[in-house]
Ligand binder design. Structure first.
Ligand code: PAF
Length: 280
């Protein structure tokens, strides 16, 4: 696997592959890689001739500087994992390489980017669109792989890709979970063992809520009350939404696909965990 630091070197490598007619798969990441990322890379390797993985901790998508500061940075271990998964190129640019000038572009795709994470973290999706649009323009992949753990992010990126006319397939990949159900996340490394065990209740309760035959409002309350009753967990929001537009629904008949999206504060630091569950 080649580790590439600059955009021009990346383009040179990819030009060589394209001249041979190779298809390109792309997995954008912020590093601190875990099994969830590995599953995206393995899938890309299986479906494309060349796989590029970017490792770039994008400052413009962090509205809280403390969150950026404590985000885990593990480049060496990341590269070892990517090598094992069969990636061909790790693209790990500096901030100055990606943002030689401040990026002043504004993206707006309501309601996908204005609800839930968009409302709680102003500017977050703008930063995601800034960096993903840049990365897609460097890599020009045939397919880009995103984890469904960040369910809302995929909806926003789909809108941006349509808007900017990028020609690629977006491949959403299922959440990878620990055996107790906790969704794999780079932020999990910031939890103590006890907090990790507690955090597994988030998915357990959401899963339970699917089996009870409750209305949308009752399901909402069941999940929020059940999680808030557990010491060390506090729900920031739980929204039951149309799986495509992300607009809230009030009945199970309101949309062909319905998803519950949740953010929970866990522990004393506290660490913000996100997850979702598909109801239909
Ligand atoms: O999902 C992430 O890790 C990031 O938001 C992404 C897509 C790599 C953009 O920085």
């Amino acid at each position: 696997m080649e580790i590439v630091r600059t955009i021009s070197k990346l383009r040179d490598c990819l030009d060589l592959h394209r001249r041979q007619g190779h298809s390109v798969g792309f997995v954008p990441t912020m590093g601190a890689l875990h099994e969830g990322h590995a599953s995206l890379v393995v899938r890309s390797v299986a479906e494309n001739d060349v796989t590029v993985v970017s490792i770039f901790l994008n400052p413009t998508q962090f509205n809280d500087p403390k969150d950026l500061e404590r985000y885990p940075r593990t480049l060496e271990a990341d590269c070892q994992l990517l090598e094992k998964c069969g990636a061909d190129i790790a693209f790990a640019p500096t901030v100055a390489e990606v943002y030689p000038e401040p990026d002043t572009r504004q993206f707006s795709y309501p309601p996908t980017d204005s609800v839930m994470e968009g409302a709680m973290r102003p500017g977050h999706f703008n930063g995601v669109c800034q960096v993903v649009s840049k990365l897609l323009s460097y890599v020009e992949p045939d397919r880009a792989y995103f984890g469904e753990k960040d369910y809302q992010q995929i909806a926003v990126i789909r809108r941006m890709v349509d808007d900017l006319g990028f020609k690629l397939e977006i491949v959403p990949c299922p959440v990878v979970r620990q055996s107790d159900g906790l969704a794999m996340s780079s932020r999990n490394t910031l939890l103590t063992d006890q907090e990790r065990t507690t955090a597994a209740n988030i998915y357990r309760i959401m899963k339970e809520s699917r089996t009870l035959g409750l209305s949308v409002q009752q399901t909402h309350d069941y999940v929020v009350d059940g999680i808030n009753d557990i010491d060390g967990l506090e729900v920031q929001y739980f929204s039951i939404v149309d799986g495509d537009t992300l607009a809230e629904v009030s009945s199970w008949d309101d949309a062909p696909s319905i998803v519950g999206c949740i953010t929970v504060f866990c522990g004393t630091k506290p660490i913000r965990l996100i997850d979702h569950i598909r109801y239909k």
